[in-house]
Design a protein around this ligand. Structure first.
Ligand code: WTA
Length: 694
């Protein structure tokens, strides 16, 4: 295997026509985007429709320096537009009405459908009219709890059309969902009756009911719940069936999609939105445990999603693009919905896990389906372990975008599962969610990309709205494991602990000194927390919470979170969130959670638990704790290891030293300096009592 230092050039023949085809061209465009942002983004904005034109003098304003006043970012302030109009009507008017917007594939290969731009527009207008008839107006919030189905896209765009703010939640427990509905005070909830996963029936409507009860207990009543009847139309697992009469429906509040939508009018005038009006809220884990409602706004997000999609995937009008991420994740928002549609693209949308009409369960890797959210609303293991490549071949996919955790899970199968399919349509292979380890990179590059395709390792966050660090596929040489360089408009800086800039080679905190159009504007209803979380550690900078290293060639290598966050299969969660759930158990006095590297998930949860005097630490307690975390946060959060810790390594001031716990989790006795510990014998005791097989 080549060393990490190896450099791979883009394939000249494949990228001759690329939007950006040389390093020089990238540099020239990048410099323009930094020196003359009005001109750079102004030219892009011309391709979109503006009801009120953009004013040059109000194009771009911001303050990133908390010592000088409140933090804000405004792009194209004063202009008005509608994102849905730009994604659908504009493409239909440009003659692309009959073009396929989405090919949809269910879990069972027999379940598939497609939607043209024109038809999508009609469906969106109908549902927008239904929302209006339920009293939803500009600024109201709509919560969405759906698998990967076309109605999820229709719901998002229907909200966008009338200026309602959508908030999607994926596979969270009833508690977590309720917390999110309450935080954004959603008036409407959109969901499905349920979905099959393997032979397991997931009754999503029932989960929503529990969430709505919890909300009502706290004084918030969801007024309307729209339910898509999904189970009726997918192939159930053999020998299984679902009686749709069993879906709990509350008269007056709950309404079936099929009762409301077909009769609604297929025309709906778009609501003209201010450039800085909210577009959507998406919750992400916060290091204090309470989720943060990341808010994105209209014009800037639209331009940024469109531009990153076009350049990072080198998208051309006849390409077929596939992003495996769930629409309920930011990757699904920006790169399965907004970015592709803004470019008039044809995408594949695959719903496999959620809508599994499985004739056999997930044979080889049964557990994977449990905790994948990035990919495995589609599982690549059904009906066989080559489902990804079957789909790529079937639709002649040109750009394929997935997560390292998915790649690692597929690497262990026979190469033949990849090589027996014709993957010659592929040009760009994307990776997102965590740093891609070189081994997975090489497998992706060689076996899937046949050493022709470019890999784009895209670093970004829910907060950044779109890619911020990546290489451009036709222009910039790749280094396995390096995210690369800033996208247009992005100014990354590395800082040391004291806030001093690290120029040239070195490692430090990854921060940004200026906003690009797609950066989040605030946390929903909590601007103070926005300022504290992202802008106080280093005044003048947006702080990502990640560390990075710059090498001699200027490439940026993201090294992972510097705060107490875990990244399990690309899913971020905070240690505090898990610890507080563990500590709520009556048998638990204290808990500390750290990340342990995992060959497929990237990281997994390793928990240290101190029991109360009356409780005993046994298999039952461990099982109960694992189950509680699973129920409260979601299946992906289930801890891999729970270790008894009669005491935890703490400083004299009582702060738990997670650095040491991380060493214990991996059984690495090189723990470094323990002199600040109140009682250093704890460390040896914890090493000695590691559970078998952990
Ligand atoms: C991590 C996902 C290294 C990082 C779009 C970030 C990455 C967090 C990469 C955001 C990458 C994402 N290389 N690390 N290519 N992509 N991350 O909000 O720690 O779910 O801060 O957004 O994932 O996760 P989020």
């Amino acid at each position: 295997m080549p060393s990490e230092k190896s450099v791979f050039q883009p394939d000249g023949a494949l990228f001759r026509q690329a939007h950006v085809s040389s390093v020089e061209q990238y540099k020239e465009m990048y410099e323009k985007s930094i020196d003359r942002p009005e001109e750079f983004w102004g030219e892009i904005a011309k391709e979109f429709y503006w009801e009120t034109p953009i004013s040059r003098d109000k194009f771009f304003r911001y303050n990133f320096d908390i010592t000088k006043g409140p933090i804000f970012t405004k792009w194209m302030d004063g202009a008005t537009t509608n994102v849905c109009y730009n994604l659908l009507d504009r493409n239909v008017r440009n003659g692309n009405g009959e073009k396929i917007a989405f090919y949809w594939e269910g879990s069972h290969p027999d379940d598939y459908s497609r939607l043209t731009y024109k038809k999508l527009l009609e469906e969106v207008c109908k549902f927008a009219n239904v929302l209006k008839s339920k009293g939803i107006r500009k600024g109201d919030r709509v919560a969405v709890y759906m698998p990967m189905i076309l109605e999820a896209v229709v719901t998002m765009l229907a909200c966008t059309r009338i200026g309602a703010v959508h908030s999607l939640v994926v596979r969270f427990s009833a508690d977590s969902f309720a917390e999110r509905i309450l935080d954004c005070e959603a008036r409407v909830l959109v969901t499905v009756d349920g979905t099959w996963r393997g032979e397991k029936l997931l009754q999503l409507k029932a989960i929503c009911d529990q969430s709505m009860i919890k909300c009502a207990q706290k004084g918030h009543n969801v007024e309307t719940c729209v339910v898509v009847s999904h189970l009726d139309r997918v192939t159930p697992p053999q020998g299984m069936q679902y009686n749709s009469n069993k879906t709990p429906m509350t008269p007056g509040r709950d309404v079936y999609w099929h009762d409301a939508v077909p009769q609604a009018s297929a025309s709906c005038y778009p609501e003209w939105m201010e450039a800085e009006d909210p577009l959507f809220v998406l919750y992400t884990s916060g290091s204090t445990g309470k989720p943060k409602g990341v808010l994105h706004t209209t014009a800037g997000y639209m331009l940024y999603a469109a531009t990153t999609f076009k350049y990072v995937f080198d998208y051309k009008p006849n390409d077929v693009y596939w992003c495996t991420a769930d629409v309920g994740w930011i990757t699904g928002h920006t790169y399965a919905v907004y970015g592709p549609l803004a470019n008039g693209a044809t995408s594949v949308l695959v719903s496999v896990k959620f809508a599994t009409g499985g004739r056999k369960s997930f044979g080889c890797v049964p557990k994977l389906s449990e905790w994948f959210r990035t990919v495995y609303e589609g599982t690549p293991f059904y009906p066989d372990n080559d489902r990804f490549w079957v789909v790529v071949d079937k639709y002649k996919v040109n750009q394929f975008y997935t997560a390292p955790t998915a790649i690692r899970s597929l690497m262990k199968f026979d190469d033949n599962l990849v090589t027996k399919h014709d993957l010659s349509s592929l040009r760009v292979l994307g990776s997102v969610g965590e740093p891609i380890n070189p081994e997975a990179w090489h497998w992706y590059y060689k076996l899937v990309g046949k050493e022709r395709c470019s890999i784009v390792d895209t670093f970004w966050q829910t907060e950044t709205g779109g890619h911020v660090l990546t290489t451009l596929p036709g222009a910039v040489p790749m280094k396995p494991g390096a995210a690369g360089f800033p996208f247009f408009g992005v100014l990354p800086v590395l800082l040391d602990e004291s806030g001093k800039e690290i120029k040239g080679e070195g490692e430090g905190y990854l921060v940004f000194s200026r906003p690009w159009p797609g950066l989040m504007r605030t946390l929903f209803n909590n601007h103070d927390r926005y300022e504290t979380t992202y802008f106080t550690k280093f005044p003048g900078y947006y702080c990502t919470g990640d560390g990075a290293r710059r090498d001699a060639d200027g490439y940026l290598w993201v090294t992972g979170r510097v705060d107490d966050m875990l990244n399990v299969s690309g899913h971020l969660m905070s240690t505090a969130e898990v610890e507080s759930i563990l500590a709520e158990h009556p048998g638990v006095a204290e808990a500390a959670v750290v990340a342990k590297p995992h060959p497929v998930k990237g990281e997994c949860l390793y928990c240290f638990v101190t029991t109360t005097a009356s409780a005993s630490f046994d298999g039952r307690l461990v099982a109960a704790l694992k189950q509680t975390v699973r129920e409260r946060i979601g299946p992906f959060a289930q801890p891999d290891v729970v270790q008894e810790a009669p005491a935890l390594p703490k400083t004299r001031s009582g702060k738990i030293m997670r650095r040491i716990l991380r060493k214990i989790a991996v059984n690495d006795r090189d723990v470094g300096d323990v002199s600040t510990l109140a009682d250093s014998s704890v460390v040896e005791m914890l090493f000695a009592t590691r559970p078998q097989g952990a």
